[in-house]
Design a protein around this ligand. Sequence first.
Ligand code: 4AD
Ligand code: MG
Length: 499
Amino acid sequence: MEPMVEIKALSAHAGAAVTLQGWLYGKRSGGKVAFLLVRDGTGLCQCVVEAEAADAFARANELAQESSLQVTGTVRKDERAPGGYELLVTAVRPIQIAKDYPITRKAHGVDFLMNHRHLWFRTPRQTAILRVRHRLIRSMRAFFDDRGFTLVDTPILSPGAAEGAGTLFPVDFFDEQVYLAQTGQLYLEAAAMALGKVYCFGPTFRAEKSKTRRHLAEFWMIEPEIAFAELPDLAELAEAFITHLVGDILTHCRAELETLERDMAPLERIAPPFPRLTYSEAVDLLHSGEVHERLLSELERDRACLKQWQADLGRAEEERAAAKKGWRQDKLDRQILELRENIRELDVDLRNRPGHIENARHFAWGNDLGGDEETILSRHFDKPVIITEYPKDVKAFYMKPKPDDPRVVLNLDVIAPEGYGEIIGGSQREDDFDALIARMEQEQMDRAPYEWYLDLRRYGSVPHGGFGLGVERTVAWICGLRHIRETIPFPRMMGRMTP
Ligand code: 4AD
Ligand code: MG
């Protein structure tokens, strides 16, 4: 019996007979020869079945896309094959013959693909994203583990709000209303007073009624929390953390980034120091002529791009009308669908953008920086930018005001480049009992559920702080994805709960 090998290990078996097991990704037949494209989760292998191998040839012809199978044959080096090796087949053993697999080479819209998310995984693009996500999570944990942080798991069911009552998902807990956690932070602060440096990593939930390309209702967040840390320490840690993550992905996930056609140059530029500005400086930048000019010229450029796409679409549609049924027609259909989706999206964007540009120019100090402002700021720099000291009134109750300017808090947001927006939010915490009580009263918060949290200010309070990094937004940025929905295996967001 030939050894069972994984496709990624084929090169070690050149010239030998082996068996592969996996699924049929695609098939081409040319009369006297059939080419089976087999995937097994580690790679793709072209399997050549010649008509002389009569039994194998007959079975190969029965197989439809995504049938599961074993194939035996001899490994042969071939520069043209995906992976550089192919299999000259002697036997084909179907395991289950699939019929009418819904995701074909034909054009499919995003909604259709999202409804078939459980099957859509089986494409090189989606597996590349899942692998980057896996590696990213591994590097995130390694970063904190190697720096003496202790992982502390915080609860998912929680009695109250930490990030604003407006985004809580209620849950019935034995007839009592509780909520899904928006963050692990408050519990993590307790753990930091015991262990010094801690982090938590888990799913978090926000009932934000926003259907944007950046928002999920359920997302994963890693949050470090450190005793005896102040804002500059947090900024330094965030900078080192992001640099580590990008470096690690560039080292270990090049093939995946290539599959995703990610331009790696912007990632290769990520190194300390990151630009730092205060919220007030960010507002001045939004008001500046320099930014305004740039936005207007980008608007012109994108309007030209829209015209170009519309012309491309017209040409593709003409060609499609004249094309014969088959491979060429399918390819044109896919192109047309993609162009239509891109045009629709850019068109909406271009209609809204003049308004956003005006809003940015007249952005009033005191408002929170929203997605549009973040996009503008993040395009202005070619590295992540650290923005600190936001107005107290737009930030959470636990943030510590700046001692010599209490209108602002000692917080930081990190905005990813290339228009990706906020990936990290964090702050130094209010460590003074009376100040915290005063702020909670101002916010009309019910004190009872937070008595335990107040204990941390009663018994050995110290300056401390931390931040949270959103996994999905970071995956979207590193993979260069326009929309967050592909960064998580099964997204939960407004308007999407299945599969
Ligand atoms: O800025 P946020 O709300 O901060 C906190 O939750 C703090 N308690 C963290 C801390 O200090 N320990 O969220 C942190 C990050 C954001 O920067 C973003 O990357 C991500 O979590 N995030 C979301 N990602 C996807 N969908 C959403 N609806 C998100 N909301 C926040
Ligand atoms: Mg935030």
